[in-house]
Design a protein around this ligand. Structure first.
Ligand SMILES: *[C@@H]1O[C@H](CO)[C@@H](O)[C@H](O)[C@H]1NC(C)=O
Ligand SMILES: CC(=O)N[C@H]1CO[C@H](CO)[C@@H](O)[C@@H]1O
Length: 648
């Protein structure tokens, strides 16, 4: 059960803490720093496997074999001590990405996800390593095996962990409740620790009366190991991932994943996988076009926006339910239906409440259109079935299906915010868009394209980092960078050839500042944020702003130097600046280690350029990062450093 981090637009807390309604006083507990090291090889490492398996003739198994041989040779990690969690090859670059977890006696080391990137000559070009010394891992696994030998020992330990957790969540359960809880074990193979299902939990603690848990080992920032119950449970406005130490009873991690509790799979799925060769269904939508930010820029009747990225089009039949998204208000059956054949033409009444039938239709239609547009745009840059995107039917092209994005518009669980939950590949992405009550009539987050884009792009970053596990952006730093990637994609989608400043959320906030502290800008007087402004103590959103602003500057510089493509949203070929930028962003996400930092995320982008463009933008990239303090000599300490590599 490696449930992911959520992430969402985390609005600047200092603007309007009261409006966030998350004030139930529960403190999150996250490691400040990740544990992985990231190694990029200047000269790719040749791996000579000592043994050849008999029938390894598919690309993936070849590259997995090489990755395991590399880990053994370069890091002394035996194949029996890792579990391959995913592997795929990027057809454009020929780079294979192999993701593994360290494991010992059936227990996985959490936050140890390692990726090995192999080029088309079978050489390792980079790798992250987050391995614990194997003797330490064995030691802790054995000692907890001794203390939790029997099933009843385990159940007792788990109940006590739940009690500790319940206290922390201000929903303490008493001993009677502990007695009546039922625990059962899901079947698992010998190699993996089974998942335990706990039922009959008081609703005050778990909304659906249930939780799941698994024994795991986690590694702390300081390198020490802890044996934990890795627990997932739902509350009305939270989805918690908690790690409770089995020895001390202490809570090692508590991360809110904001899951909305809505039944899944209530909608009809297509009967069978199609080959994608059928003529797609194409429709027309009255919406805020994807290149505009919000209703003030104007609605437009967009005809046939679907592309080949969605071979069967966006809708299954005649409403906002389709292969990439399901948009609704309230209940999942409450979709928007066509206003005339093949047309969604709801007209926005901006002096009326968002609740009028027309305005609800506009909200559902716009959110559905934006998410589908993003699906199609990001698809051509490499966020596709094999790289764990959000689709119900994956057309036999790899990855797990049944995970389109469910979009709840005008969701009444909150106001003045918007949320997204990214579980691992194969489970629905869940978006919730709220109303903003700062104006009269209220404004609707579903009409602000940049808000929706930032959320969806965070989902992409969460899926691409760590091979679909959606569990690799958990530390304070990494979860902050996640916010940054979201904003950076929103910025890119709305950009024009001069790359002007970009501000997120100005419509819903009804002011020029929007939801962040500064506009994204190349002008240091408009946005002065540098590397030193993004230490863990700055918090997630602020870290995200620092990163998004660096990326804004990367985009501006690439466009200055390499030009602008007007067709960058539908054609990812060529070497114009905005096209190069999005390729580097997406490729970098696949390359970077689990739990990236500013340094390793930057390095992954620079390596992506090496892989795809033979390093053509090496000095452009370095100069930009250096200009914001993330220079060649910068270290993990957030001290600004402005140098560039020799020759730049
Ligand atoms: C929407 O479309 C789905 C899929 O075709 C269908 O099952 C559902 O009944 C439709 N709902 C409405 C309200 O039209
Ligand atoms: C890395 C690798 O081995 N790539 C091969 C994958 O398979 C295709 C066709 O089967 C080959 O053309 C590639 O060289």
């Amino acid at each position: 059960m490696f449930f992911a981090i959520v992430l969402l637009v985390v609005f600047l807390a200092d603007i309007r803490v009261a409006g966030l309604k998350s004030g139930d006083g529960v403190l999150e507990i996250r490691e400040t720093h990740p544990t992985a090291h990231f190694q990029i090889y200047d000269a790719p490492v040749e791996v000579k496997p000592s043994t050849r398996r008999a029938i390894d003739n598919t690309n993936e198994s070849q590259s997995i074999h090489l990755a395991l041989a590399y880990l053994q040779k370069s890091h002394g990690i035996q194949p029996e001590n890792v579990r391959v969690t995913d592997a795929y090859t990027n057809k454009d670059t020929g780079i294979s990405h192999i993701y593994v977890r360290q494991t010992s006696d059936g227990l996985d080391l959490l936050n140890s996800l390692t990726n090995v990137n192999i080029d088309d000559h079978g050489r390792v070009i980079s790798s992250s390593h987050a391995f614990a010394p194997i003797h330490e891992l064995r030691k802790i696994v054995r000692s907890c095996r001794r203390s939790l030998t029997t099933r009843s020992d385990q159940y007792t330990s788990l109940k006590s962990a739940l009690k500790t957790l319940s206290k922390h969540l201000n929903a303490e359960i008493d001993d009677d409740a502990l007695q009546t809880m039922r625990i059962s074990m899901l079947p698992s193979d010998e190699a993996h620790a089974p998942t335990l299902v706990i039922e009959n939990i008081p609703m005050t603690l778990a909304e659906d009366g249930a939780a799941t848990a698994q024994q795991s080992i986690m590694r702390r920032s300081d390198g020490s190991l802890a044996h934990v119950w890795d627990i997932t449970l739902r509350q009305a406005n939270h989805r918690w991932n908690a790690r409770v130490n089995t020895a001390t009873g202490g809570i090692e991690l508590l991360a809110d994943q904001m899951l909305r509790v809505v039944g899944r799979g209530s909608d009809t799925k297509p009967a069978k996988s199609s080959t994608g060769s059928t003529l797609q269904k194409r429709l027309s939508y009255q919406v805020v076009p994807i290149t505009r930010q919000d209703p003030r820029d104007g609605f437009e009747f967009v005809v046939n926006p679907e592309t080949a990225s969605s071979p069967n089009g966006w809708v299954y039949s005649t409403n906002t339910s389709g292969n990439n998204a399901l948009a609704f208000k309230g209940a999942q059956t409450n979709v928007a239906v066509e206003t005339s054949p093949d047309t969604f033409a709801y007209y926005h009444e901006d002096t009326e409440s968002p609740a009028t039938p027309q305005n609800v239709g506009v909200a559902i239609t716009n959110a559905f259109y934006v998410v589908n547009s993003l699906h199609d745009i990001l698809y051509i840059y490499g966020f596709n079935e094999a790289t764990f995107n959000f689709q119900d039917d994956n057309f036999g092209r790899g990855g797990q299906g049944n995970d389109r994005v469910t979009i709840s518009v005008q969701d009444d669980r909150d106001t003045n915010n918007a949320e997204f939950y990214t579980p691992p590949d194969g489970q629905n992405g869940e978006m919730r868009l709220f109303l903003f009550d700062l104006t009269n009539p209220n404004r609707d987050g579903a009409l602000e394209d940049d808000i929706i884009t930032s959320l969806y792009a965070q989902g992409m970053a969460d899926r691409l980092t760590g091979g679909g596990s959606a569990s690799c952006l958990q530390s304070t730093i990494s979860s902050g960078l996640l916010v940054g990637w979201g904003d950076a994609v929103a910025d890119w989608v709305e950009q024009t050839d001069t790359v002007p400043d970009f501000t997120l959320g100005t419509y819903v906030e009804n002011n020029q500042r929007g939801v962040r502290s500064h506009p994204y800008s190349r002008d240091v007087y408009v946005n002065p944020l540098t590397y030193t402004d993004g230490p863990p103590s700055a918090g997630q959103t602020h870290i995200g702003e620092v990163w998004a602003n660096m990326l804004h500057n990367v985009l501006a510089s690439l466009v200055d130097n390499r030009g602008w493509s007007n067709t960058g949203l539908t054609d990812s070929s060529g070497t114009l600046g905005n096209v190069v930028y999005m390729h580097l962003l997406v490729d970098g996400l696949s390359i970077q280690p689990c739990e990236p930092t500013f340094i390793t995320a930057r390095d992954a982008i620079i390596q992506a350029d090496q892989n795809r463009y033979n390093g053509d933008h090496f000095c452009i990239l370095w100069r930009v990062f250096a200009s914001r303090g993330l220079g060649f000599g910068a270290a993990e300490d957030n001290v600004n450093e402005y140098s560039v590599p020799p020759g730049c």
